[in-house]
Ligand binder design. Sequence first.
Ligand code: DGJ
Length: 729
Amino acid sequence: MLEIKYDEKQQLFMLSNGSISYILGIEKNRYLRHAYFGKYIKSYNGSNAPLFYDRGFCSNPIESDRTFSLDTLLAEYPDFNQGDFRNPAYIIQTKDGKRVSRFYYSGFSIIDGKEKLAGLPSVYTKNTDEAKTLRIVLKDTIMQASIYLYYTILAKYDVVCRHAEIVNQGEADIYIDRLMSFSLDFAGCDYDVMTLSGAHLNEKNINRRALCSDSIVMESIRGTSSPQATPFVALMEKDANEDRGNVWAANFIYSGDFQASVQVGQYKTTRMQIGMNSTTFGWHLSSGKKFVSPESVLVYSDKGLNGMSQIFHGLYRHQLCRGKYKEALRPVLLNSWEAYQFDVDEAKCLNLARQAKELGIELFVLDDGWFKNRCADTQGLGDWLEDREKFPHGLKSLAEKLNNEGIAFGIWFEPEMVSAGSELYRNHPDWIIRSQNYEPILSRYQCVLDLSNPQVCQYIIDRLSDILHSVNVSYVKWDMNRHLTDLGSAYLDDKQQKELSHRYVLGLYYIMETLTQNFPNVLFESCSSGGGRYDAGMLHYMPQTWASDNTDAVCRLKIQYGTSMLFPPITMGSHVSIVPNHQVGRITSLNMRFAVAMAGNLGYELDLNKLDEAEKAEIKRQISWYKNIREITQKGTFYRMESPFERNTVSWCFVSEDETKIVCCYYQILAEPIYTNPVLKLKGLKENALYRLNGQDKIFSGSELMYAGLTVPKIEGDFYSEIYILQRI
Ligand code: DGJ
């Protein structure tokens, strides 16, 4: 059912996969017009064609036709300076400093499959029958440049992937001021907009509000996608909720500065865009050169937000994440950070790891503090030499000892950074990002390496490879603990300085591509003080992200719920930590902490020496139980049920890939004075199938559990959790 058709008579392109359709047309033989994106349409004959008429303050690019204006057109990739006064998709500057262009439609081709974006993360296909791609050419014959727009429709997911390329075919240089990955216009503006925002320790909050006659902008100029902003935006019909209604969502597969916007035009049209942020992006394109924008994923769901998330989850698990751990079950780990911070040494690690092994933990992760001069966050980054005082026998020997005792070894790096006192800094002061005119601004006492410089990238690859070759490392935590300031590069020439932010990301992707390909058996987990760079770009290289430095179970309910809007639970690192919690001081039960952490990739991050025997026994039970169900939580379909942003009770469930087993988690945050016979309405079951609850005799039908619901117990005390297991019989 996958097809891209060109209807010559109507001058329309129709992309469909039998479930969704995306339709665009050519207007006045020059302009691209958006016609439709939504549920599958079998045939299209222009039923919703726009009505053009003469309106005030609307310029007319075709002299003889006063009714036609770009300001009222539902556009596909709108221009700048030609009379569409809404957000442009691109702005190109010519050598003489003018920002006027005339890119007109000039042709198309249809490609079987989907091409990779060189040097950038993107959705991929294995075989050409999994996707079809429409490539549209826009040409400016005066400027002598072409823009290529790519639209890929996928067979398996209700998704259109879009990106843009620009080629300078003239003699003179041109300068790209703006190049969005996509632009999409909707008729009307009666929508709600959903975004995800946050801060360190408080990532991925859900914001939903009505669109008025204004713009909503979500953006980052921090050098990373950031904890503050997520490169994602969703437009929702007013009645859409978790399970019903139309949602159009866009996510940017990129880890650097971005801008996502939704803008209402004067005639109540809605324009949605995502691309690199023009505040920190510009690109100098010399004769014959091409620039490729990162890719955006557009999702349409008529099954509300759960439907939207399940499309993102499926696509990202199967066609964005790569490598061994795309399929392999993720190990239960113990991380040293909250136990010892920088104060690690061989004896402590052996002691912790051995106890961990006893409890069933499979991987010991040595976090920050293992390298020379690293007793605090004030120094040590950049040289990556083992601290032989803390580890007299070396990391190789530590890993061997642990491996011999049946536990794998993982290690922390913060490769993009350098501390001022390091050898690296002394030898290469010009390798950091800084403006030569001012003293660089430090953050966590550290500077950011200039990844636009290939020598710097090679240095990082070499240093990490030395360790990964000599020590048997099964897991790497890749941290990034500050944002970019003083945007200046000693490596780039004057004309290229505004390219630094993007070149930084390209350098980072190059390093990650090289290392992840060279060390295919290592599980890489990305981290930026928690979920500060939890984005689709990173997932292409590292199939797991540390969701937040906040390990409090109650805070984590919101963080994980918000994160699940886009990212599958298998990508979320989540750990049980000590109480009172290090970040908020709250005391929650071990049961609750486990029930929240096991909804991501379970780990522990605490000093086991501080636990009593009963607590250790409980953890042992938790892990052994988790190992039996982790296939369901890691690979199953995830349904959000009750939201921590709205309620005191929170729930979600996982349905196994073969749809026979369900793990359902229910949490009550605070105790309530009265019991109101609450029921939990399950999701994702088969109406007519029968399910056994928690291995007991009682059998319920799927329809009963979904529509009548399951009575939850009367609970006394705060921070309560319950996990239900259902087996289809
Ligand atoms: C920030 C991370 O999010 C923490 O988990 C820990 O690895 C520290 N950095 C180490 O400096």
